[in-house]
Design a protein around this ligand. Sequence first.
Ligand code: FAD
Length: 508
Amino acid sequence: MPDNRIQKVLIVGGGTAGWMAAAAMAKVLKNDYCEIQLVESDSIGTVGVGEATIPQIQLFNRLLGLDENEFIRKTQGTFKLGIEFVNWGRLGDRYIHAFGEVGKDMEAIQFYHYWLKMYAEGEARDIDAYTLNSLAAKEGRFMRPVEAGNSPLSNIAYAFHFDATLYAMFLRDFAVERGVHRREGKITDVRLNPDNGFIDSVQLEDGETLEADLFIDCSGFRGLLIEEAMKTGYDDWSHWLPCDRAVAVPCEKVGPATPYTRSTAHSAGWQWRIPLQHRTGNGHVYCSQYISDDEAASTLLKNLDGEPLADPKFLKFTTGKRKKFWNKNCVALGLASGFMEPLESTSIHLVQSGIAKLMSLFPNRDFDQEDIDEYNRQAHFEFDRIRDFLIAHYCITERDDSDFWNYCRTMSIPESLQRKIDQYRKNGRIFRDSDELFNDLSWLEVMHGQGLRAKGYHPIVDTLPKEEIARRLEGIRQVIAKSVEYMPPHEQYIAENCPAEKKEMGSR
Ligand code: FAD
């Protein structure tokens, strides 16, 4: 048998995506399977935002074998129990999309069916009272799960906030220590094989040529290989996710770091607030059709906790995805693969998920088209389902105070999303589509939080007398409240477990 295996991988780009790919491949492929090289350009730099994550990142950390406390210390990280959404359904509204469990299932029916019935009849509290993560977030408390039998403390779901630049540096050290070759330089040309359109090599500004069998395009929004060279094509989703710009600025930390991200809707977009140990990350994602850059920056600066620590940085993007994520011998990851705004912190997850799919379908040099098609099928499914979840935040709203919100409230939406909304509205049912990223509890919290009310409820709920449901709901509420009381303040937990080095005031 001829040795047909991939001998050289070239990763183009050293942002979060590039270094995540390099670290994972170094770990999985080990040193002697093939050579892994990463090229990045200091003069072009990275996006440098992307500071909030979802719990699945723990799988990635585990794959790398990271010490979580060290990772948090080195990235000025904090813990995240969910996202608070402010002013989304209506001005003045707030709700939390929390990770993890909601209540406790009874009689093989999900808790929320009982809760929906009782809530509609005015006999249950808001969902937060039955959700450990929401209540803990509101109280500023955090701890990792502990062995505690049936207690909700046994399965606290959490993710992280971190400094994206420090994260990329952390992963770079990890990858380079494990044999990844880093090359600084700017790619000026990508050479395609004239016979089959595969990438043969890239050419650097200093004249050097880098060849490889497999190319990973992590070059950011432009998609240097997948788009500029290979002309793969892009599905534009601006009609559903119309925000096309962001302005970001870090500010001084004021008060204890909250264990959640905050997303506050404004008149033509929304603002993120991400607490880190040494500063707070902020950004305003907006639609340039409805607000100017200057107005967007001024809205952002007016809504900071503390003094800004840098000049506002502007970014432009088009929401959507590549028509193929894997094309011939090129796989696009990160911003090169597509972009959905960071409303539910999904981009870093999509990088991780792309890497996992690539590892499970890792090619030989003959690049089996069936494997490539399978990769693309899975990636399209994942992108499309996340897209629907994000659109739900915009279209399920009563806001009519600006042209932007009037557009979002009345726009046509994907049929797959319409079906989900209709099912929920009818009788509170939510079906997770295959293994889509967000489960029924996430959809419940967001649809209910945005103001959508189910008209009916699951008929089997009536098998329990109302008094019995009320008694059980109250029992669950008390257990949740007691559990949260037991949890330490988030800042105290960090100080005891993973405090970062103190930074000079004003430094990143
Ligand atoms: P980049 O950071 O742009 O890196 C591109 C790399 O390619 C750089 O190293 C650059 O030097 C290199 N490069 C480009 N051209 C060349 C060339 N010609 N030669 C050599 N090298 C080249 N994700 C989340 O999960 N959570 C969030 O909260 C979140 N917030 C975000 C907020 C905003 C406003 C934006 C825009 C994104 C956010 N993201 C978030 C997404 C996240 O930032 C990205 O997924 C992540 O940073 C990956 O970026 P990247 O590595 O693909 O691209």
